[in-house]
Design a protein around this ligand. Sequence first.
Ligand code: MG
Length: 239
Amino acid sequence: MLGLPDAIRGCLFDLDGVLTRTATVHQAAWKRTFDEFLRAGDPQAGEFTDADYQQYVDGKPRADGVRDFLASRGIELPEGTADDGPDADTVQGVATRKNDLVQLELDEHGVEVYDGSMRYLRAVKAAGLPVAVVTASANGEKVIAAGGFADLVDARIDGVVTAREGYRGKPAPDTFLAGARALGLEPAQAVVFEDAQSGVAAGRAGEFGFVVGVDRVGQADALREHGADVVVDDLAELL
Ligand SMILES: [Mg+2]
């Protein structure tokens, strides 16, 4: 009924881009942050592209995204501290700039959900399977509440939990493994739903029972290469 192998006993959902339409909010905030940063250092610098987002940033903890993208342009910044303000030219400062833009956008425009994902989530719950949301976002709790589906979520491993527990972010499997543990499941009993290359890679690295790639931007082949067992455009295709 759910398009999953028989061994699956619970579901681990990424948030931005899988359940909610907030991946575009993050991508736009990253683009503005990096384009302004790059141009300040070199007016001729090439802009931050969709491919940069998908390859270096999407799905990762914020600071990892800053480090990995800037490294691809041969730029290394001092790490700074989590208290750095948005004007600091440090990894943490650039991350703060990006988060400020996301907060502004979410406060102004709210959170839209994918209807197909909500139908699927309700079917999962009706089938008696527990649900964890596993996201790098430090705004996980707020986005779930604003999306109106907190009652369908049994456990949440978000950026706040990740930092507190010292987990490595995606593409490391730590956060998905923590999600499975929170549901009382072995990795082989859990399915990972992800729209990011780093996220399906985490699903493969953790040897989960099944990895569903959710292709919102025409990167089905890349999702398969990085670890998806199956790729869908919309979760309702699995119903
Ligand atoms: Mg995502």
